[in-house]
Design a protein. Structure first.
Ligand code: PMP
Length: 286
């Protein structure tokens, strides 16, 4: 992979950041990850919107505008030589030259990198569906309070993952403050009941893949709503799937050791997976 740091394109192994950077010390950073498929970015504009929105809310400034960032991302991909890549853009508070505790003294930093695509779910998991455990860990601020700022803070999600591994599951879902289902380590969740889709409404990252599912549903005449999803409703659903840039639409066929419906990937999930990948070849969606 190739990184962009301090005005230079570097091999990933040479892209190093100071331990004094507040992004590292205080999770004082925002980032976004976008997917390249067949050499083409998928929904880059939406990722840039979310990234620049986060920078503005955190009152960080970087020396590039949207076009400048897009050009750097394209260059990282071109230099890496990968036709399928994950591309990440990052803004951090940076470090203060005087070690001041005043964030206004810090010199904000922008970085980016492109690494080869490696889906979070493998082919076998996509075919049979993932085994998920619901952890009792709760999605905590800042992610749950201002989820539009995409931040690295994952303590709750990582603890949820360990709960899931302890129980023999492959990944985890954690809860919101009311005990409803929130999201997982790097993904949103949907369920399908009687042909209607729902996904948690509050306290979760407004995922671009989640948004893409709404767009696909609108095109395909499916009804999708953002609303509370209780643990019981999720387990009683006809179909469940999770969504992320790093994996697309991924079926879930088992929750807490029990099959969802007949335990097979359902028809709505299967159809959305096909549509999702078809859109990657559609220039209108790049
Ligand atoms: N929730 C969390 C906590 C995430 O980190 C991510 C992906 N980074 C998502 C959901 C999925 O968002 P997207 O579809 O934009 O990748």
């Amino acid at each position: 992979g190739i990184a962009f740091l301090d005005g230079q394109y570097l091999p990933m192994s040479q892209a190093k950041v100071s331990v004094l950077d507040w992004g590292f010390l205080h999770s004082d950073a925002t980032y976004d990850t976008v997917h390249v498929w067949n050499g083409r970015f998928f929904r880059l504009d939406l990722h840039l919107d979310r990234f620049f929105g986060g920078l503005e809310k955190l009152r960080m400034t970087i020396p590039f505008d949207r076009d400048g960032v897009a050009e750097i991302l394209h260059n990282c991909v071109a230099l890496s030589g990968h036709r399928a890549a994950y591309v990440e853009m990052l803004g951090t508070r940076g470090a203060s030259p005087t070690f001041s505790r005043d964030p206004r003294q810090a010199i904000n930093r922008f970085m980016a990198f492109a690494v080869p695509f490696g889906s979070v779910a493998n082919a076998e998991q996509l075919q049979r569906g993932l085994r998920v455990a619901i952890s009792d860990k709760v999605r905590i601020p800042p992610a749950s309070v201002d989820p539009s700022i995409k931040n690295y803070h994952w303590l709750d999600l990582v603890r949820g993952l360990y709960d899931a591994y302890d129980r023999g599951a492959e990944t985890a879902l954690i809860l919101d403050f009311n005990g409803n289902v929130a999201e997982g380590p790097g993904f949103n969740v949907f369920c399908v009941k009687d042909g209607k889709l729902s996904t948690p409404a509050i306290g979760v990252l407004p995922g671009i893949t989640r948004r893409t599912v709404f767009d696909l549903c609108a095109e395909d005449g499916l009804v999708a709503a953002a609303a509370d999803v209780s643990v019981a409703a999720l387990k009683a659903a006809d179909e469940v799937f999770i969504t992320s840039t790093a994996g697309g639409i991924m079926p879930v066929t088992e929750i807490d050791g029990a099959a969802i419906a007949d335990g097979k990937v359902g028809p709505v999930t299967g159809r959305l997976m096909v549509l999702y990948w078809q859109k990657h070849d559609d220039p209108a969606w790049s």
